[in-house]
Ligand binder design. Structure first.
Ligand SMILES: O=P(O)(O)OC[C@H]1O[C@H](OP(=O)(O)OP(=O)(O)O)[C@H](O)[C@@H]1O
Ligand SMILES: Nc1nc2[nH]cnc2c(=O)[nH]1
Ligand SMILES: [Mg+2]
Length: 155
């Protein structure tokens, strides 16, 4: 279990992904977007829409099973992105940087962006929007659902 949780709603994710698109505008234009599946898929869709980029590729690296980190496994490489030059790589977050280290080795020329970043992974990212502490676990809307909680006075 993480020490703290940071819950991101659909609205917040949309706002933060659009804020990232604003920052990326001056770094483009890009030949295409590479989404790191699965977490990067929705941010990549929002950003591709804002940057009017129609070409979207995917790369799949499996690093975590829920909150448990394992060795990164590349289960799909992008077909069209070459060495990444002119391409924009998008992920939802960088934590330890394990996933992005693998991605950067495969696509050394790409511009790498994430919506959220933790301190240990920040050096692996070219552009990000929101930083959270290393001990915080980010909860995304696709992994959560609203539920009843007890009044504060009863906690
Ligand atoms: O910087 P790191 O320590 O590598 O952690 C960040 C990665 O972990 C999560 O992916 P995960 O492996 O859980 O797969 P998923 O995107 O399919 O959920 C997240 O979406 C990032 O891709
Ligand atoms: N959902 C989620 N996945 C992660 N993978 C690595 N760190 C995180 C995190 O904080 N939240
Ligand atoms: Mg991921």
């Amino acid at each position: 279990m993480a020490a703290k949780y940071f819950t991101v709603t659909w609205d917040q994710l949309h706002r933060d992904a659009r804020a990232l698109a604003w920052r990326l505008l001056e770094r483009g234009p890009f030949t295409g977007v590479v989404a790191i599946t699965r977490g990067g898929l929705i941010p990549a869709a929002v950003i591709a829409r804002e940057l009017e980029c129609r070409v979207v590729e995917t790369i799949s690296i499996v690093t975590y099973d829920e909150e448990e980190r394992g060795a990164p496994k590349v289960v799909k490489t992008p077909v069209a992105a070459g060495d990444g030059k002119g391409w924009l790589v998008i992920d939802d977050l960088v934590d330890t940087g394990t996933t992005l280290r693998v991605v950067r080795a495969l696509l050394p020329g790409a511009h790498v962006a994430t919506v959220y970043a933790k301190p240990a992974g920040k050096p692996l990212v070219d552009t990000f929007i929101t930083e959270v502490s290393q001990e915080t676990w980010i909860l995304f809307p696709w992994d959560t659902e609203p539920q009843f909680i007890a009044p504060i006075a009863r906690l």
